[in-house]
Design a protein. Structure first.
Length: 395
């Protein structure tokens, strides 16, 4: 007798589609010959040597065992020192920080620690694909607030106000933004603060993985910098993007002890502790890698300008991104859907990008292009994009 496996799988899991980002990356990786991938949000830089060396030395020194559940005290202290230095906000390393396996674990921990079935979570879209998934896995109800190019993809206070109900548990927002490259300034956040002060029971999960990749202001801006909101903010952050450390799988969550404690409880049972070697790398990154981050940020900024010029030459309109390492051009003028455009571009020109609707329904008609790639690949991809768009418009 055969087993009906669909009947055995969680309905919450079945309702979440596979990541469209990985689908296009996987197709590109299986194609024979040269394919340019501008699809994955992964720095092409090798992790700075001093960070790698710190990991090597930790192995030589025998740090090969479990760390405390929340992470080594040295790693938590280094993160708190970094947050004080860069954000001007103080956290208690003993009770207000947990080291996680990447920032994504922080998103999952927050969802499972906060959500009861039926709780609403406001999700600011377009956004990282994991936001809605983690909420749904925890049996929460996603409530989407769409941002728009005419507002520079910033969260508008009136849109947030309209989405809040008596069932709202928390808000997820990520700036600098994946996929749009939008940033929020402290002045922008002040308008959101005014809304939140009218709703004192609502928590904000702020995803700040790209905080060091801001081309308008090199210092991070965050809601946690408002003292009246500090204890309502869960900051999810990490080292993957700004420090080119994706393979280390090391991140952290900072917030009030009352919210960190239940996250530590889940972490204890499901993960135990973040990798010890990666924690020593994180200490070096948080403490001594500012110059390396600045160097990478300058190179991304140069690539960003090349991408913007390439999109203009191809006749595609695009909001000017000022953060992260993505552009989010409109392809509506081609008459193709986001998925049709990306599939044909991959098959006909051998360039992989991601359909905008992977990041929410409001992303339809757009595509995400990553400039975390070599300048050579970027220039070639922009020339191929121009040819592709011209061929489509000629019919």
């Amino acid at each position: 007798m055969s087993i009906d496996y669909n009947d055995k799988i969680s309905k919450a899991v079945q309702q979440v589609p596979p990541s469209a980002i990985r689908r296009f990356f996987d197709v590109a990786s299986e194609m024979k010959g040269h394919v340019i991938s501008l699809s994955i949000g992964e720095p092409d830089f090798v992790t700075p040597w001093s960070i790698r060396e710190a990991g090597i030395n930790s192995l030589i020194d025998g740090y090969t065992h479990y760390s405390p559940n929340s992470g080594y005290s040295d790693s938590r202290e280094a993160i708190c020192d970094y947050l004080k230095r860069r954000y001007g906000v103080s956290y208690d390393y003993k009770h207000e920080v947990i080291i996680t396996v990447g920032g994504s674990e922080g998103l999952d921990l927050a969802a499972r620690a906060l959500i009861n079935p039926g709780d609403e979570v406001i999700i600011v879209e377009p956004c990282f694909v994991a936001y809605k998934a983690t909420v749904m896995f925890a049996h929460g109800v996603p409530v989407v607030v769409e941002t728009k190019p005419e507002n520079n993809y910033k969260l508008m206070p009136e849109d947030l106000e309209e989405a809040i109900t008596d069932k709202t548990k928390y808000i997820i927002m990520g700036y600098p933004n994946n996929p749009t490259g939008a940033v929020m300034t402290l002045e922008d956040y002040a308008k959101i603060r005014d809304v939140l002060l009218k709703h004192p029971d609502i928590i904000v999960l702020s995803d700040e993985l790209y905080c060091e990749l801001n081309y308008l202001d090199s210092r991070p801006a965050s809601l946690c910098q408002f003292s009246e909101l500090r204890d309502r903010i869960i900051m999810v952050n990490g080292f993957s993007k700004s420090y080119a450390m994706t393979g280390f799988r090391i991140g952290y969550v900072a917030g009030p002890s009352e919210l960190i404690a239940p996250m530590v409880k889940i972490h204890q049972y499901c993960i135990m502790s973040a990798p010890s070697t990666a924690q020593f790398c994180a200490i070096e990154a948080a403490t001594n890698a500012d110059a390396e981050v600045s160097r990478m940020r300058e190179e991304y900024n140069h690539r960003r300008r090349v991408i913007i010029k390439g999109l203009e030459d191809a006749g595609l309109s695009c909001f000017t991104p000022y953060g992260a390492f993505y552009a989010f051009p409109s392809i509506k003028s081609t008459g193709l859907s986001s998925e049709e455009f990306c599939e044909r571009f991959l098959l006909e020109k051998r360039v992989a990008i991601v359909p905008g609707n992977a990041f929410g329904a409001c992303g339809e008609g757009f595509v995400r292009i990553s400039y975390a790639a070599s300048m050579e690949d970027i220039k070639e991809a922009m020339q191929l994009l121009k040819e592709f768009v011209e061929e489509i418009k000629k019919g």
